[in-house]
Design a protein around this ligand. Structure first.
Ligand code: UDP
Length: 253
C-alpha cells in the first residue's frame, strides 16, 4: 500500500498531501494539550467529535457565503480541505471576558463586553503566541492592510454566525480563535477561514447553568472533555449520543 505524504504534524491534527493538487487531508488526533503543551493527554474520541463539529461549522459558514477551506469530510477522523497559506496569526474574537483577557485586564470572567473585541496573536509556540497589534503585523509584513480589513470582516461574520448557532441550542459563545489562510486563484488571492472550528478553540458556556462545554474542561480539570464535546454535538444534532464509543462486535441472531 502506498504511504501518503505527511506535510505537517501539529498538537491536535496531522496534515497529509491530498488526492489532488491544492488539496490537503486534515486528520484529527485525540491528543489534547494546554498551556503551550505543558499539559497533555489523550482523550479518546475527541478527534472524531472535532472532525464532525468543524465540518458542521465550516459547512454552515460556506452556506452563508463566508469562504472556508473546507471541502468535505472523508471519514470519522479526516476531512478534505483546500491547501492554503496560513497567515501566522491567531485571530481571537471575544463577546464576554474570560481567560487571558480577564487576567490581563482584571475583568471578571463572564462580564459581557460592550462590543466584540478582536485580538491578534503571533503564531509561534516558542514565544508562547504573543499578542500583537496591527502595527506589528504591518511592520513585519505578516499581512497587508487589505488582508487585515478582510480578516476583521471575516472574524466578525464568523462571530455572528457562531453566536447565533450556539444561542439556538442554549449555549453562550464567550470567545473563539480562528486562523485565516490565503488561497490563490490565478492572479488573485482570496482569504478563507482555515484550520478548525471546534470546542478546542472556542469557549462555550451553557446559558442556564454556566457549565463549561469546551477545552477549559481539560485546562481546568472540570470533568470529562468527551462528555462536554458530545453534549455540544448532541445539541447541534451533529452526532447521536455515544457515537464515539467503541463497541464490541455483537452477535446478530
Ligand atoms: N485559543 C486557542 N488557541 C490558542 C489560544 C487561544 O484556540 O493557542 C482560544 C481559546 O480556546 C479561547 C480563545 O482562543 O476560546 C481565547 O483564549 P485566551 O486568550 O483567553 O487564552 P487562554 O485563556 O486559553 O490561555
Amino acid at each position: 500500500m502506498a504511504r501518503r505524504k505527511k506535510i505537517y504534524e501539529g498538537k491536535a491534527k496531522i496534515l497529509y498531501e491530498g488526492p489532488e493538487p491544492g488539496t490537503i487531508v486534515q486528520y484529527f488526533k485525540d491528543d489534547a494539550t494546554a498551556f503551550n503543551a505543558q499539559k497533555k493527554d489523550v482523550i479518546e474520541g475527541k478527534g472524531v467529535l472535532n472532525n464532525r463539529l468543524s465540518e458542521f461549522f465550516m459547512t454552515g459558514l460556506n452556506n452563508i457565503g463566508v469562504p472556508t477551506h473546507f471541502i468535505k469530510r472523508l471519514n470519522m477522523r479526516e476531512q478534505l480541505v483546500r491547501a492554503c497559506e496560513i497567515i501566522p496569526l491567531e485571530v481571537i474574537v471575544r463577546n464576554y471576558a474570560a481567560g487571558s483577557l480577564s487576567k490581563r485586564l482584571g475583568i471578571e470572567e463572564g462580564t459581557a463586553l460592550p462590543r466584540p473585541i478582536v485580538e491578534y496573536c503571533y503564531k509561534d509556540d516558542k514565544l508562547g503566541d504573543p499578542m500583537v497589534t496591527e502595527e506589528h503585523i504591518a511592520a513585519f509584513g505578516w499581512a497587508s492592510q487589505q488582508d487585515m480589513d478582510d480578516v476583521l470582516a471575516l472574524a466578525l461574520r464568523v462571530n455572528d454566525f457562531l453566536s447565533g448557532v450556539m444561542m439556538a441550542v442554549g449555549i453562550k459563545l464567550v470567545d473563539f480563535k480562528i486562523e485565516i489562510g490565503r488561497v490563490y486563484e490565478g492572479d488573485f488571492q482570496r482569504l478563507v477561514v482555515a484550520d478548525e472550528i471546534s470546542p478546542d478553540s472556542c469557549r462555550l458556556w451553557d446559558m442556564e447553568t454556566g457549565q463549561h462545554l469546551d477545552k477549559d474542561v481539560f485546562r481546568r480539570d472540570l470533568g470529562s472533555l468527551t462528555d462536554a464535546y458530545t453534549e455540544v454535538a448532541r445539541r447541534l444534532g451533529v452526532m447521536p449520543k455515544n457515537a464515539t464509543q467503541i463497541t464490541k462486535p455483537t452477535l446478530i441472531n
